[in-house]
Design a protein around this ligand. Structure first.
Ligand SMILES: [Cu+2]
Length: 348
């Protein structure tokens, strides 16, 4: 990664010289922000984003906890065994989003998006009683299409130094919500069970997404963007991940037409899981709907680059790395570690 960035810079500042179009890297927000820009009448855009997220270790009501601490917590889903006996060690999530935008008028840009996700988790299983010795380690995984969303961005106001737009979308979760995996039980047996909520690709709920975005030009080179975005469940199938609120504030610096650097502060809040699946009942924290949601503050650094590679409008690339600054998660959950997002966008 360290040697890749200077290469990209070199390449892009070279291609800057012969970029005839007037698209600028700073015209798009950091790649982790969704629905940040609208298009002019007749324009279309294709985008693909890929992100990798890692979580490791655990925290209880906001503070770090050890595996020994977790084994002392009663199993809330029954008394067989009496205490939690399976402890998550590490989790990785890979998400790919493919999206399209099209502006039938200058006021409205239509958006469609599909998401694919794969999740992997490593866990330790301990003896349910007595010495609580480590019985072994196992891994579970799932992958599926997760969501499809359809919506629109509505331009509200635009001047030379500021623009405002609203966002409205319906997101339908279409993947499996009852994927099974082979787990090592505290009885030291391999057993096929419905994986906990957090390992399911989808909750099969329908959600409404509303948002508002402002981008203000502070100086010739500096720009400040803000976006508030909320996601509400409007109908669900047995259970659903909690409602989600997200506030993004990013500062972007235009190095030149082809390169923009960004820093972003993100504040998120998510509710607990509503409803439940009675088949999800292992002595592990992730089987309890109470252990979901909470608040998180993350900080990100990113770069947007425009290059001329394929015919047509300039090719856009975005890279962003985010790390949590604070995480106040409900109950007992894994700690967020970092997230890397990479994206490609092409307008027509
Ligand atoms: Cu676009």
């Amino acid at each position: 990664m360290k040697f890749l960035l200077p290469l990209l810079f070199l390449f892009s500042s070279h291609s800057y010289a012969d970029t005839k179009s007037n698209s600028r890297a700073i015209d798009h927000a950091p790649i982790g922000v969704m629905g940040d820009h609208y298009h002019k009448k007749g324009e279309a855009m294709f985008s693909v984003r890929h992100s990798y997220m890692k979580m490791s270790g655990n925290r209880y009501n906001g503070d770090n906890v050890s595996s020994q601490d977790i084994l002392a917590i009663p199993n809330p889903l029954g008394n067989m065994p009496a205490n939690l006996s399976v402890v998550p060690v590490e989790m990785t999530m890979k998400m790919t989003m493919v999206g399209g935008m099209y502006a039938p008028t200058n006021k409205i840009t239509l958006m469609a998006m599909g998401m694919f996700m794969s999740k992997d988790m490593d866990l330790n299983t301990y003896q349910p009683m007595m010495n609580r010795d480590l019985l072994g380690t196992f891994s579970t995984s799932s992958s599926d299409i997760t969501d499809i969303s359809l919506g629109a961005l509505i331009k509200l106001q635009e001047s030379d130094t500021s623009r405002w737009h609203g966002q409205l979308a319906v997101q339908k979760s279409v993947g499996s919500n009852d994927i099974k995996g082979v787990v090592l039980t505290p009885m030291n047996m391999q057993m096929s069970m419905t994986l906990p909520y957090g390992m399911q690709p989808s909750d099969r709920a329908t959600k409404l997404v509303v948002g508002i975005t402002n981008v203000t030009k502070l100086t010739e080179r500096w720009l400040w963007g803000n976006q508030l975005r909320k996601k509400f469940t409007i109908s669900d199938d047995d259970w659903a991940f909690g409602n989600h609120t997200e506030l993004n504030s990013w500062a972007q610096y235009e190095l030149n037409q082809a390169i923009a650097l960004s820093s972003r502060l993100q504040i998120t809040h998510q509710g607990k899981i509503s409803g439940k699946n009675p088949m999800i009942m292992a002595p592990v924290q992730t089987a309890n709907p109470e252990n979901y949601g909470g608040s998180e503050v993350t900080f990100g650094l990113g770069v947007n680059i425009v290059m001329k590679i394929l015919p047509g409008e300039a090719d856009r690339f975005g890279l962003e790395v985010t790390k949590p600054l604070a995480q106040d998660k409900n109950g007992l959950q894994m700690s967020s570690d970092y997230k890397i997002s990479f994206g490609y966008q092409k307008s027509f």
